[in-house]
Design a protein around this ligand. Structure first.
Ligand code: PEP
Ligand code: MN
Length: 360
């Protein structure tokens, strides 16, 4: 059960709700947001009557939640959660474009690319400084230096930054020494949105730590769907983040591991999941057509399909010289191709109807 207090409820009024929950042998979980205070009732709520709370004039509603994900579901909050990043409002019915390279490679590469992505119409610049690579021999990212370069790109262009933290460990630099702060600490202090990658979607301890740190600093989290995770597992991973202190979660679909051979599609684009997630949750849903296909020839078609299906945003990999990229070059598009995709995506955004796409 979820109990929502009316705006302006006092600490004493909250304490009374907590007392009533505890007197029934349950545990309260209080989330104090800017807009409202929500108390989750944890434990056996079968014998707890909603009336016990709704009789209090400062309680707005008490709702029984049938879904396993309580806080991110539409049952509890039908209104879309709009996530503010600078002047941008992700999830307000529009389309937010995030683009940039897979990895930050050098100053000479990243600064002009950030300018080119902005000129193409990107609103948020992406780039990995800490890379989760399948092979230990592959380029692992520039680490702190990459984060510094992203900050410079943000200063140059004014675009907010999204970058990934691969864990809460100390990154090993190419000379073999350890960075002084953990990857999570470095990233959270310097980014506008924290990306949690597909491989970490089920690292529950990491989700908790990331939620706590980003919640304190009010940094939104973009959580990618695990490549073999069900939608319920995905939503429960998002629930971990909200439960542990950060309500600003953006869901990102990036393709699934299926039986298609990597020769055609590296992953299988999960376009239908956009509609499901928009129906089930109030969180924004972003689609990543680059990892979803693993092939730059299919990025445009998949991106446009995602917009038509109601995605709140796109996360696209771009590079000035894709064939020379240090990671994921096969799926990077050029800034000129990016400009075309964005123009077409905007045209679809203009004709799509939220009501038609998401019947509620
Ligand atoms: C990335 O965005 O570059 C990345 C590694 O993504 P994923 O976690 O989806 O593989
Ligand atoms: Mn990549």
């Amino acid at each position: 059960m979820i109990i929502c207090l009316r705006k302006g409820a006092t600490a004493e009024q909250l304490a009374e709700v907590v007392r009533r929950i505890e007197s029934h042998g349950c545990r309260p979980h209080v989330s104090q947001g800017e807009e409202e205070t929500i108390i989750g009732v944890i434990g056996d709520t079968k014998r707890v009557d909603e009336g016990l709370f709704t009789e209090l004039p400062w309680v707005d509603r008490a709702v029984r939640i049938s879904r396993p994900y309580k806080l991110v579901g539409r049952e509890h909050q039908p209104r879309a959660r709009v996530i503010k990043v600078g002047d941008l409002r992700i999830g307000d019915g529009g389309l937010t474009i995030m683009a940039g390279p897979c990895s930050v490679e050098s100053r000479e590469m990243i600064l002009p690319l950030a300018e080119a992505c902005k000129a193409a119409g990107a609103q948020i610049f992406r780039g990995g400084a800490y890379k989760p690579r399948t092979s230990p021999y592959a380029f692992q990212g520039l680490g702190k230096e990459g984060i510094r370069l992203l900050a410079e790109a943000r200063e140059r262009t004014g675009l907010p930054i999204i970058t990934e933290a691969t864990g809460n460990h100390h990154h090993v630099t190419p000379d073999g020494s350890l960075e002084d702060e953990t990857v999570l600490e470095v990233v959270v202090k310097n980014t506008d949105i924290l990306q949690i990658g597909t491989r970490n979607m089920k690292s529950y301890g990491f989700l908790e730590e990331a939620a706590r740190l980003t919640g304190e600093r009010k940094v939104p989290v973009l959580l990618k769907r695990g490549e073999s995770a069900t939608l319920e597992e995905f939503l429960l991973a998002a629930e971990y983040i909200v439960f542990n202190g950060n309500p600003d979660v953006i869901l990102c679909l990036r393709g699934l591991r299926a039986f298609e051979s990597a020769r055609f599609l590296r992953y299988s684009p999960d376009i239908g999941a956009i509609a499901v997630l928009k129906h089930e949750t109030n969180l924004p849903v972003v689609f990543d057509p680059s990892h979803a296909t693993g092939d730059r020839r299919y990025v445009r078609a998949t991106a446009l399909a995602a917009v038509a299906a109601g995605a709140d945003g796109l996360l696209i990999e771009a590079h000035q010289e894709p064939e020379r990229a240090w990671s994921d070059g096969q799926e990077c598009i050029t800034p000129a191709e990016l400009a075309r995709v964005i123009d077409e995506a905007r045209a679809i955004e203009a004709v799509r109807s939220r009501e038609t796409v998401h019947p509620g």
